[in-house]
Design a protein around this ligand. Structure first.
Ligand code: NI
Length: 142
C-alpha cells in the first residue's frame, strides 16, 4: 500500500472512557492518544482480516507435546509435509525430558493456515496448541 497522509478526525465518547484510554496509553508508553487509538485499530484490522478466508496473513503456530507419546512426532511431521506451502520455518525446543515445544512460522491464505493449525492442534498427544495471527505488514504504514 502506498504511503498515506495523516487524516485528522474527531471522535466523541464518554469522558470516563477517554480517561481510561489516556491512562492505558501512558502505561503502555504511547507518545499520544492518536498512537494508542491507531494501535487498537490495527489490532482489530488484523483480527478482522484473519477471519476472512481469502486474506493473506502471517502468524505462528505453537505446539507443546510429549515426544514419548507414540507416533506423535511422525504424525506432526506428516501434517507439516502436507502443508509445506504455508509453513515457512519451524523451531523445535526440548523443554524438558518429556516435553517439546514446536513453533511454526506460517504465511498464506487465512483459511489454509487455520486448517493446518486445526489439524496440528487436534493431533493426538498435543497438550496445547495456539495459532497467533498477525499481519504480513503490507497493509500498514507505521
Ligand atoms: Ni524435543
Amino acid at each position: 500500500m502506498k504511503k498515506d497522509s495523516i487524516t485528522r478526525f474527531s471522535i466523541s465518547m464518554a469522558g470516563d472512557l477517554v480517561r481510561q484510554l489516556d491512562l492505558m496509553s501512558q502505561e503502555k508508553g504511547f507518545a499520544n492518544r492518536s498512537q494508542a487509538v491507531a494501535d487498537m485499530v490495527r489490532a482489530r484490522l488484523v483480527e478482522h482480516y484473519g477471519q476472512k478466508g481469502d486474506s493473506e496473513i502471517a502468524g505462528t503456530i505453537t505446539l507443546v507435546y510429549d515426544h514419548h507419546r507414540r507416533n506423535i512426532q511422525g504424525l506432526l511431521t506428516d501434517i507439516q509435509h502436507d502443508h509445506g506451502d504455508v509453513i515457512i520455518a519451524t523451531m523445535h525446543v526440548h523443554l524438558d525430558h518429556h516435553n517439546c515445544m514446536e513453533v511454526l512460522a506460517v504465511r498464506g491464505r487465512a483459511d489454509a493456515i487455520k486448517q493446518v493449525a486445526d489439524n496440528l492442534i487436534a493431533a493426538k498427544g498435543v497438550k496445547h496448541g495456539k495459532l497467533t495471527v498477525t499481519t504480513t505488514g503490507e497493509e500498514f504504514e507505521k
